[in-house]
Design a protein around this ligand. Sequence first.
Ligand SMILES: Cc1ncc(COP(=O)(O)O)c(C=O)c1O
Length: 423
Amino acid sequence: MSHYDVAYVRSQFPALKRTIGGRPAAYLDGPGGTQTPQRVLDAVLAYLVDHNANYGGRFATSEETDATIARAHEAGADFLGCEPAEVSFGANMTTLTYFLAEALGRRLSPGDEVVVTALDHEANRSPWLQLAERGAVVREVPVDLATCTLDWTAFEALVRPGRTKVIALGYASNAVGTVNDVARAAQLARAAGAWSVVDAVHYALHGPIDVRAVGCDFLLCSAYKFFGPHVGLLYARREATAQVEPLHLATQYSEPPYVWETGTLNFEGLAGTTAAIDFIADLGERHVAMVEDRLPAGLKGRRRAIVAGMLAGEAYEQPLATRLREQLAGIPGVTLYGPPEGSPRTSTVSFTLDGVLAGEAARTLGERGLFVWDGDFYAARLVELLGLTERGGLIRVGLAPYTTQDELDRLVTAVGDLEGSRR
Ligand SMILES: Cc1ncc(COP(=O)(O)O)c(C=O)c1O
């Protein structure tokens, strides 16, 4: 298909039939969590009905559970561009990061340095900030507040070979959509002899991830942000796992990828995660003609289809987001936040409206069936630096592959009405 078939995409999501006060619900809350396609629902249900057992047993449902786990590792590897043994699962990104910080923290000596950024979600700051209690020195990469982008000159100056041991940064900002040059950060880390940790939770819905091209040691994301259930994914480069020697509880296997996994996993969630990745691959197969010229050479099978699916979704969403920003900019009192037009950014659009608290705006929009988030979305440091904490933070509109122009037109009209009512 040479154009994006949004009607087909929408038909896959039962939730999109929901109405609020007679109006269709517009799920513009994707950065908080996406909706779930039918095939993911089917996979979760089928696991619980037909295959539910603990793993490692000598009977049918347990063997089927082992196969469910193996398929999820393979799907995760195709999603991230690595080996199945480099993908581990957990409750969510935050829990996996906390565990990772604990493991890396044990290998630090007092005075070793850890670099975080002012742009990041607290899930990729707090676990590293806590290492200060063990004597680590935490350094923060500042943000250029006019563009909501990292200050790379300061970043480079902060990283000190031999002293810096961890660099933790986001692939994309869940608050304002800035996409960071994570390959450059990973390169800085390698040159300094530090581990690089990339939070790809927001980015994972918006672009293909190739951990080898990024060159990082660890990368984390969450399936519920890309159509799946509540499951966290950790990519741990094989050599990095061998170096780190993760914490090893008696209930854990000592081999990767299980060495990063604690206790019994959410097997129905793993079945759903595989189905979510297959859903993206299906989108790719349907839309490959749209993105063929942008597909890297040498990709095969499901990996190729996944990359095509991600590129197609973004090719559809980016012009919608650009138009949305233009329309919002035309409303008096609206201030948009994020990188300049043309810079790498996701289709997440954040703004404030003079004289209206973000929470009030989100509530009014929600009553009209327009589901947007307000606040700091745990990117609290950025919102504080922007001076928006007292005003209730930002209003965030998240586009997803199922978003339509009609929904965004409704949103623009409703924001215009809000602006009118404040005068
Ligand atoms: C950028 C970013 N990082 C991390 C997280 C935390 O992810 P999880 O809910 O899987 O712990 C979120 C959740 O909103 C996020 O947007």
